[in-house]
Write a protein that binds this ligand. Structure first.
Ligand code: HEM
Length: 360
C-alpha cells in the first residue's frame, strides 16, 4: 500500500514537473549569479498598468487592502524549504527500479503563499501566521485574470505580488521603486515552512534578526522592513500577552495609557479578532510615524516594541528613522528590492501559473 502511494506521488510529481517545464517561458526562478536577477523575462507591456489600476480600485474600496497586499508579498518571500521525494516503483511483485529523487523547493518570492491545499500538500494559507489573517487573495486573482487575457502565461503570480506590494506602498504615500520581472511560481507550498520561517509577534530581537539573516537580510533590513507596520491592523490575539497583569519585561518602557487603551479595546468583544491599528497616529499613510510611535512606547506588537527596548543597534536605527523620513524611505526601498529578489537556487523548476491558486 505504501509503495502504491509513493508510486502515485511520484507520478503526480513527474506530471507536475513536466507541466511546469512545459509552461516555462524563460529561465525563470533560479539562476546563475552572473545573469540579471531573474533572467530575461518575456514582456507584457500592459502588466504594470493593470496591476496599478486594480490595486488603486481595491484600496479605494477598502483602504486596509494596501497593508494586506504588502504583507502578502512579505509572507510569500519568507517561506523557504527544500525537501526530497524519493520514488520507488514496484513492478510485477519484484521491488524493481528505481529510486529517483525529486527535489521540491519552495524558496523566496514564488507565490507559494497563494496556492490552495491540494492532494499533494498542505498549503501556507492555514499556517498559524496566515490563517484568518492574510487578505487580498481575490485582488491578486482579479489582476491575474486580466493579465492572462492580455498576455497569456507571461507574468508570474510572484511578479504580480511584488508589483502589487510596491504600488500599495506608493499609493499610501510611500516610496516607489523599480520591480524586476521574472520570478517563477512554485509548483508546491508548505504549511510547516510558513510556520517555521515567518517571525511571530512575541519574538525577541535575537529571533527576529536570526529569521531575517536566514534569508540573507540584515538587522538593518529587518528594522526598515518592520516599517511596513506604518500601515494596517493586527488582531488582539497577536498582542494579548502584553495586556496580561504582570506581563513584565517585554512591556518595559511601554506607554501605560496606550496599554490601558488596548486592554479596553480587546476586552470589549472578548474575542481575539478585534482589530487595532499598527500605527495609531497615521494608520493609512505610509510614513515614518511608526518609528516615532515606537520611541513613545506605542508600538503595538511586542516585536515592534522590542526594537527600542531589546537592542541598542535596533534602537539607534529606529531613532534615525524617526527623525529622518528620507533615510527610512531609502532603506525601505532597498530592503524591499532585496527581499523581493529572494529566489530559489539555479535549476529549480518553476512555472507561470495561469491561476494563482493552483499548479495549473
Ligand atoms: C519583523 C517581523 C514581523 C512580525 C513579527 C510581524 C507580525 C505581524 C502580525 C502579528 C500582524 C497582525 C496579523 C493579524 O493580526 O492578523 C502583522 C500585520 C502586518 N504586517 Fe507584519 N510582521 C513582521 C514584519 C513585517 C514586514 C517585513 C512587513 C512588510 C514589509 C509587514 C507588514 C505588515 C502589514 C502591512 C500588516 C497589516 C496587514 C493588514 O492589515 O492586513 N510585517 N504583522
Amino acid at each position: 500500500m505504501a509503495t502504491y502511494l509513493v508510486f502515485h506521488l511520484c507520478l503526480i510529481m513527474s506530471n507536475l514537473i513536466a507541466l511546469a517545464s512545459a509552461n516555462m517561458q524563460a529561465s525563470y526562478g533560479g539562476g546563475d549569479e552572473n545573469q540579471p536577477l531573474f533572467g530575461t523575462p518575456p514582456i507584457c507591456p500592459e502588466a504594470e498598468a493593470i496591476v496599478f489600476s486594480w490595486v488603486q480600485t481595491a484600496i479605494a474600496e477598502d483602504p486596509r487592502m494596501a497593508a494586506s497586499l504588502l504583507r502578502l508579498h512579505f509572507h510569500d518571500c519568507f517561506v523557504n524549504e527544500s525537501h526530497s521525494v524519493f520514488c520507488t516503483f514496484k513492478v510485477h511483485r519484484k521491488v524493481f527500479m528505481n529510486m529517483s529523487e525529486f527535489l521540491v523547493l519552495i524558496q523566496g518570492c514564488d507565490a507559494s503563499v497563494l496556492l490552495d491545499d491540494n492532494e499533494n500538500f498542505l498549503g501556507e494559507k492555514t499556517a498559524a501566521p496566515n490563517v484568518n489573517s492574510l487578505r487580498g487573495f481575490e485582488v491578486i486573482d482579479a489582476i491575474k485574470s486580466e493579465i492572462e487575457s492580455v498576455c497569456p502565461q507571461t507574468v508570474s503570480c510572484a511578479d504580480i505580488l511584488a508589483i502589487a506590494a510596491r504600488d500599495s506602498v506608493g499609493l499610501s504615500g510611500g516610496p516607489f521603486w523599480k520591480v524586476e520581472f521574472g520570478r517563477g511560481d512554485s509548483i508546491s507550498a508548505s504549511k510547516s515552512a510558513a510556520q517555521n520561517n515567518i517571525p511571530g509577534p512575541n519574538s525577541t530581537v535575537a529571533t527576529l534578526v536570526s529569521k531575517f539573516q536566514n534569508l540573507g537580510l540584515s538587522l538593518r533590513d529587518m528594522v526598515a522592513l518592520s516599517g511596513g507596520h506604518t500601515l494596517g491592523k493586527a488582531r488582539c490575539v497577536t498582542f494579548s500577552s502584553r495586556l496580561l497583569p504582570n506581563s513584565g519585561s517585554p512591556n518595559e518602557g511601554a506607554n501605560q495609557e496606550f496599554i490601558e487603551s488596548l486592554k479596553q479595546l480587546c476586552s470589549v468583544s472578548g474575542s481575539g479578532s478585534t482589530l487595532a491599528q499598527l500605527d495609531i497616529v497615521t494608520p493609512a499613510t505610509f510614513d515614518n510615524q511608526y518609528y516615532i510611535n515606537l520611541l513613545s512606547g506605542e508600538g503595538l506588537l511586542q516585536s515592534d516594541h522590542v526594537l527600542v527596548t531589546g537592542d541598542h543597534q535596533t534602537r539607534e536605527i529606529v531613532e534615525n528613522y524617526a527623525v529622518d523620513p528620507v533615510a527610512f524611505f531609502e532603506d525601505f526601498k532597498q530592503s524591499m528590492v532585496k527581499m523581493g529578489s529572494l529566489k530559489p537556487p539555479a535549476g529549480t523548476q518553476t512555472m507561470i501559473r495561469t491561476n494563482c491558486r493552483t499548479v495549473s
